[in-house]
Design a protein around this ligand. Structure first.
Ligand code: NAP
Ligand code: F7E
Length: 337
């Protein structure tokens, strides 16, 4: 039997890199939709050791032709739509771009599948941001009403509903995963966890003195990206298409993240190194996310493996290594010039 084909948009991002590794290990042929850029940096895929094992298709989620061409030529068994303008903060500065990519992107992809390859199974990367500050006794479940608080969350809500609509209208196997925050050493540097672990590593090595942050009381249900991509794959292996909420069931504040990250490098008086900069406060923040993913446990047999503490340690250790390696590289350059 020939290998299953998976098409991943957003393959160069954090989740795309972990998912690629997972699928290649399972024997899939992995195709990645990649948009043109000046340096074509596929750093995350290099770090994951998979950059040469992917078949690339030129394309952009804002360009319908490129999406149709990819679908028609690859005819994938599974499509994972991870491509997005994924940074909530930027979505207030670039709301139209955010909407074009995050809302119309899934529509273009679903439409291409509907007309050219309707048997493909489709995964939509939905988000806990869609809940905003809405909760049921402090928790978010699949039944919690949505109340998006940013252009990002609103664009993702469109992606979520259009996925459900194509499933209900055309009988397509199209599902949406409502994933809570998930992090890793490959997390983009603008997100609060990576911003902290990079800052901590630099402070430890005397290369910086402080980290500038916004709302330290904000709480998130933080998991490990490697665990979460398994849930995406499991969702496409089910008999019936169904949406699932994916979370760890634990919630922690930015403050707690800071405390653990500094503790990892032996710094206990961490408050000395953190300054509040109003620039990093959001016009409308989501204050506390705490997911209840019981259905994923029961029906997918999914549960997170990496704890919050281990996640923080893993991220700090990776950034310490990066800082040490770049300091070493600088010393080599200094010795040469
Ligand atoms: P990420 O690291 O920011 O990656 C985003 C990816 O989208 C990158 O590969 C980027 O490509 C691609 N992209 C951006 N604009 C595009 C466009 N116009 N056309 C095609 N591709 C485009 O995001 P992530 O953390 O891996 O998240 C993956 C998905 O899950 C996203 O949809 C995100 O919104 C969603 N999500 C994430 C989380 C989380 O906590 N990580 C939680 C819930 C949902 P370039 O390299 O070219 O920029
Ligand atoms: O912010 C607070 C900030 O940018 C987390 C994306 O993957 O997860 C991510 O979105 C919290 C917020 O992630 C800073 O106000 C304080 O309350 O790391 P973040 P996010 O906004 O939760 C969801 C599920 C997604 O779907 C998104 O794609 O931390 N915070 N100080 C800060 N945040 C940042 N970025 N920078 C700060 O200085």
């Amino acid at each position: 039997m020939s290998a299953k084909k998976a098409l991943i948009t957003g393959i160069s991002g954090q989740d795309g890199s972990y998912l690629t590794k997972l699928l290649l290990d399972k024997g899939y042929r992995v195709f990645g939709l990649v948009r043109r850029s000046v340096d074509r940096s596929l750093k995350n895929l290099e770090d994951m050791g998979v950059v040469d094992k992917i078949e690339y298709a030129d394309g952009d989620l804002t360009d319908e032709c490129s999406v149709m061409k990819a679908v028609k030529s690859i005819r994938p068994d599974e499509v994972y739509n991870l491509g997005a303008q994924s940074f909530v903060g930027t979505s207030w500065d670039n709301p139209i771009l955010t909407t074009e990519v995050n809302a119309l992107g899934p529509l273009k992809l679903l439409n291409a599948l509907r007309y050219f390859h309707p048997t493909a199974r489709y995964y939509q990367a939905s988000t806990s941001e869609m809940f905003g500050n809405s909760h049921d006794k402090g928790l978010q479940t699949e039944q919690t009403p949505f109340h998006p608080r940013s252009p990002y969350a609103i664009s993702k809500l469109y992606g979520h509903w259009i996925t459900i609509n194509f499933r209900e209208s055309f009988g397509m196997f199209a599902v949406s995963g409502i994933l809570f925050n998930h992090e890793s050493p490959l997390r983009g540097p603008e997100f609060v966890t990576r911003k902290i672990t990079m800052g901590v590593a630099k402070i430890k090595h005397g290369l910086a003195n402080e980290i500038l942050l916004g709302n330290l009381d904000s709480k998130r249900d933080w998991g490990f990206a490697g665990d979460y991509v398994e849930a995406m794959w499991l969702m496409l292996q089910q008999k019936e298409p169904k949406d699932f909420l994916i979370s760890t069931g634990e919630t922690h504040s930015v403050r707690e993240f800071l405390e653990l990250a500094f503790k990892r490098v032996g710094i206990t008086d961490w408050e000395k190194h953190v300054k509040i900069d109003p620039k990093f406060m959001r016009p409308a923040d989501v204050f506390a996310l705490h997911g209840h993913s019981a259905s994923a446990g029961k029906e997918l047999g999914w549960k997170p493996k990496v704890s919050f503490e281990k996640l923080v340690e893993m991220m700090v250790d990776a950034d310490l290594k990066r800082v040490e390696n770049s300091a070493r590289a600088d010393r080599v350059v200094e010795a040469i010039i």
